[in-house]
Design a protein around this ligand. Structure first.
Ligand code: FES
Length: 337
């Protein structure tokens, strides 16, 4: 192609390609989001990408579902591609994405866990029983993946309320009482944790009473290993990470989404400060500037808030997010000395 051809082409008017792809933004939906979530034009932090899940939860809780039109408005609100918003919203079972040609769901949703432990405990029969007896105008029955309560299988969730050792009668009484919210969890408070010697190690690390070498030696002696499958020794992991140039990050996977697992949720809900101290000590050991925690469990909301309260004097609290599907990024930049 010659320069003359290129020039000629570039001066030709562009061909009209029709309407832009996808549905157009509904300005009223965007205004509705601003009322619900806050005005992102006044407060740019509301556009932080890590708030996406939190915003989705806020909309789901307020409306009972996620209309596609509202997701489009959210994409504009957060300046994110619609694909990113849609993929995230449809990834998790507890978000109800309603397409433009669908009707909103009934007011009450019963989710019956269909993962392995609950299947063994009769979840399939329970779901069939429920489906045969509910008023479909008022209640819908869905399958859902493991709810992290496998020790009380079969488990169902009515709204956000988990019904343990679920039976049709128990579920019916929850609906009758309108008890759709989660049960509060009694967790160990910071003062109680401190009174049992909690945070002493973190303090000793920060004050130089314990060195990284001593800590790694203790990890080796304790034979502490990862439980992700490889069983990789923790002290070696720390050693290798320390050999890498910064910036370094500490990533903690608290998702335990596979069926049959619930131990982490149990412990995180009840003893969050132990987890948080461990996270801060490991971040200190590898000189990580941030800690990322991912979890689909609501307990992480509590953990993330506690971690903020434990940050050292002057430590940043930027980019902290915590919600039922939590992605908490806690800056620990100044947690090391
Ligand atoms: S398998 Fe049902 S709660 Fe885990």
């Amino acid at each position: 192609m010659t320069d003359a051809t290129i020039k000629q082409q570039s001066t030709q008017p562009k061909r009209f390609r029709g309407k832009p792809r996808g549905r157009e933004l509904d300005p009223a939906r965007l205004e509705g989001l601003r009322e619900l979530l806050g005005d992102e034009r006044q407060n740019a932090t509301l556009r932080r990408r890590d708030l996406l899940i939190e915003h989705l939860h806020a909309i789901q809780d307020a409306r009972g579902h996620l209309l596609l039109a509202e997701l489009r408005a959210l994409a504009t609100y957060m300046n994110l591609p619609m694909a990113a918003v849609y993929e995230t919203a449809t990834f998790y079972a507890h978000f109800d994405v309603i397409h433009d040609d669908q009707l909103p769901p009934p007011a009450v949703t019963i989710r019956v866990c269909d993962s392995l432990t609950c299947q063994l405990a009769g979840a399939e029969a329970l779901k069939a029983q429920l489906e045969a007896n509910v008023d479909v105008e008022q209640v819908r029955v869905l399958r859902a993946p493991c709810m992290g309560r496998c020790d009380t299988a079969p488990v169902a969730e009515v709204g956000h309320h988990h019904v343990l050792f679920a039976t049709q009668a128990r579920i019916a009484s929850v609906i009758e009482e309108g008890h759709f919210h989660p049960e509060p969890v009694n967790w160990q408070r910071l003062d109680d944790y401190r009174s049992e010697g909690g945070l002493a190690l973190l303090q000793a690390c920060r004050e130089g009473d314990v060195t990284v070498d001593e800590l790694m030696e203790a990890m080796q002696q304790a034979n502490l290993r990862g439980l992700g499958g490889a069983g990789f020794p923790t002290f070696k992991k720390w050693y290798f990470v320390r050999q890498e140039a910064g910036p370094r990050y500490c990533a903690i996977n608290a998702d335990e989404g596979e069926p049959g697992t619930f131990k982490d949720r149990y412990y995180l809900e009840r003893s969050p400060h132990r987890f948080l101290e461990g996270a801060l000590v490991s971040a200190w050991a590898v000189e990580a500037e941030s800690i990322y925690v991912t979890s689909i469990r609501p307990c992480m909301a509590c953990c993330a808030r506690r971690l903020v309260s434990l940050r050292p004097q002057g430590g940043s609290r930027r980019a902290i997010s915590c919600c039922a599907v939590a992605r908490a990024r806690i800056s620990a930049a100044k947690s090391r000395r």
